[in-house]
Design a protein around this ligand. Structure first.
Ligand SMILES: [Zn+2]
Length: 113
């Protein structure tokens, strides 16, 4: 198995195998990083990686996984002011009204199928 040389901020240069390293690709902006647990200090190390480094790591057998920002970050913002006392009271009444609360939960469950 190919050896991979990387740098830990605490320990300096370390030698790893492909199984020790993981490439992480952000599908939102196509940025990449790689991560490993340092064999010296056992801390997780994350480093930004450019295309050529990613290609070399993957060609060496390093596993790659993709991720994206949570969908909530793409929700529109600013459509309403701060929560008022009246809205808080309405929410409290909603929470203590078992029938309305159950109805809302049922509607949520139905929306997921
Ligand atoms: Zn270390």
């Amino acid at each position: 198995m190919a050896t991979i040389r990387a740098t830990c901020g605490e320990c300096g240069d370390v030698v790893l195998t492909a199984a020790d390293v993981r490439v992480l690709l952000c599908t939102h902006d196509n940025s990449a990083s790689y991560t490993f647990r340092c064999p010296g200090c056992r801390l997780m190390v994350v480093k930004a990686a450019r295309g050529r480094t990613v290609d070399l790591l993957v060609a060496s057998g390093v596993a790659m996984s993709s991720w994206d920002y949570p969908a909530e970050l793409r929700e529109p913002r600013g459509a309403g002011g701060p929560i008022t006392h009246d809205e808080l009271l309405d929410f409290h009444r909603f929470l203590v009204d078992d029938a309305r609360f159950t109805e809302a939960l049922t509607a949520l469950e139905g929306g997921r199928h």
